[in-house]
Design a protein around this ligand. Structure first.
Ligand SMILES: *Cc1c(COP(=O)(O)O)cnc(C)c1O
Length: 243
């Protein structure tokens, strides 16, 4: 039976292979372990194997996990919100998470900034871009990403870190790469814009278990891997089925 630690090793090996093919340093790609729907034991096992950054879609579930893990004596973990968030949940995100990947409108960003407790470091945020107009309608269209980035970068309790995208599943590597390259183009456009507040703009959050290789070829600096680490989920992801 393979363990979570084995799976983590395999994912790291896969990242290293993709980086070698793309002529990149493996250290330039961070691994976010997507633990949605999995329990605290699974997170703890990954943490014991050295994983520190975890991604969650369901806010309430994530907050319960964080508290339980603290009680269990887990090391300090970094929590990334990667699911869609409605206005009435922004306070929970601002109070409990380190990163928020799915900012796609200014109103959400303004609430997150206003609700971020002053004793915490600024919330690290990515702008979610909708690169394919797919069924998953979350994300700002590429044409509006730069304007949103400018407004978000000006908010005091947020630190704009980069761009995130969740393309619709594509049939092969070439099709995956084409979609990921659209997100890369938006990332480069913002980075080259000279906007104030981009001092820490360094993250392209791109790629999941199925399209990690194409994402790394397109320049991803953070892959979000669930299935490859924890195995198949028995209930659907929030981003696939709204609650
Ligand atoms: C669930 C999810 C992932 C992980 O997907 P896998 O296919 O299990 O690797 C990554 N990103 C987001 C936004 C997700 O919702």
């Amino acid at each position: 039976m393979t363990t979570i630690a084995d799976n983590l090793q395999q994912v790291h090996a896969r990242i290293a292979q993709s980086c070698a093919r793309a002529g990149r340093e493996p250290a330039s790609v961070a691994l976010l372990a997507v633990s949605k729907t999995f329990g605290t034991e699974a997170v703890l096992e990954a943490a014991r194997a050295g994983q520190r950054a975890f991604g969650e879609n369901y806010i309430q579930e994530a907050i319960e996990k964080m508290a339980a893990l603290r009680q269990m004596g887990a090391p300090t973990l970094q929590w990334h919100c990667i699911g869609p968030v409605q206005s009435n949940k922004t306070r929970l995100v601002a109070e409990h998470f380190d990163w928020m990947h799915t900012v796609d409108r200014l109103k959400i960003a303004e609430r997150l900034s206003a609700q971020r407790p002053p004793h915490l470091a600024p919330l690290q945020v990515c702008i979610q871009v909708n690169v394919d107009g797919g069924l998953n309608k979350s994300g700002v269209v590429p044409e509006e990403a730069l304007a949103l980035a400018g407004a978000v970068a000006a908010l005091p309790q947020l630190c704009l870190r980069g761009v995130m995208s969740i393309p619709e599943p594509a049939p092969d590597h070439a099709a995956q790469l084409a979609l990921h390259q659209r997100a890369r183009a938006v990332f480069e456009q913002i980075r080259a814009s000279g906007l104030p507040g981009l001092e820490h703009f360094d993250t392209l959050s791109l790629g999941m278990t199925a399209d990690l290789d194409a994402a790394i070829q397109a320049g991803s600096t953070m892959v979000r891997v669930g299935t490859g680490i924890f195995g198949g989920r028995t209930r659907p992801a929030a981003s696939e089925t709204p609650p």
